[in-house]
Design a protein around this ligand. Structure first.
Ligand SMILES: [Zn+2]
Length: 161
C-alpha cells in the first residue's frame, strides 16, 4: 500500500512561451544598411519616420495638398510606392492614397499605440511609411493609406496638360 503522506509534493511549472506571430517575422529586404548608414543618408525627420516608425506632425508635409499626376517614391531607396491618381484629400493632415503600387509596399501589424494597426513599409528597404485604415473612399477601395509625406519623394508626370 502506498503511503501518500510520503509523496513529496511536486510543483508543476507550466511555462508558456508565446512566440511572436508571423507578422513579426524577420523580413529580408533587397536594400539593407546599418543604422549608421541610414543616419548618414537620411535627414533627422526622415530617419525618425522611416527607421524608427515615427509619425510626422499632421499638416506638416508639403505633399499633403498636392494632387498632380505623378509618382510617389520611397525617399530612402527610390522605389515607386504610390501614384498621384490614387491620392485623395482625407482631411487627416497626411498624404492619403486609396491603394499602393502592388508588390512595392509590404504590410505588418503593429501595436505601438496599444491597438492593432496595419502598418505599411517600403518592400525594398523596409522603411516605415504609415498605416492603412478602412475609412477610405467607398467608391474605390475603401482603404486609406495614411502616409508620412517625409518618407516620400514626388515626381510629377511630365507633359501633363
Ligand atoms: Zn525604400
Amino acid at each position: 500500500m502506498i503511503d501518500i503522506h510520503r509523496i513529496v509534493p511536486i510543483l508543476f511549472l507550466c511555462l508558456f512561451f508565446s512566440c511572436q506571430t508571423s507578422a513579426q517575422k524577420k523580413e529580408i529586404f533587397k536594400i539593407t544598411k546599418s543604422d549608421q548608414q541610414w543616419r548618414n543618408q537620411l535627414t533627422d525627420r526622415q530617419y525618425t519616420v522611416l527607421r524608427k516608425s515615427g509619425t510626422e506632425q499632421a499638416f506638416s508635409s508639403p505633399l499633403n495638398k498636392i494632387y498632380s499626376q505623378g509618382i510617389y517614391s520611397c525617399v530612402a531607396c527610390d522605389t515607386p510606392l504610390f501614384e498621384g491618381k490614387h491620392k485623395f484629400d482625407s482631411g487627416s493632415g497626411w498624404p492619403s492614397f486609396d491603394r499602393e503600387i502592388k508588390g512595392n509596399v509590404a504590410f505588418s501589424i503593429d501595436y505601438n499605440i496599444g491597438m492593432a494597426r496595419k502598418e505599411e513599409h517600403c518592400a525594398t528597404c523596409g522603411g516605415h511609411l504609415g498605416h492603412v485604415f478602412n475609412d477610405g473612399p467607398r467608391k474605390t477601395t475603401g482603404k486609406r493609406h495614411c502616409i508620412n509625406g517625409v518618407a516620400l519623394k514626388f515626381t510629377p508626370l511630365k507633359n501633363e496638360y
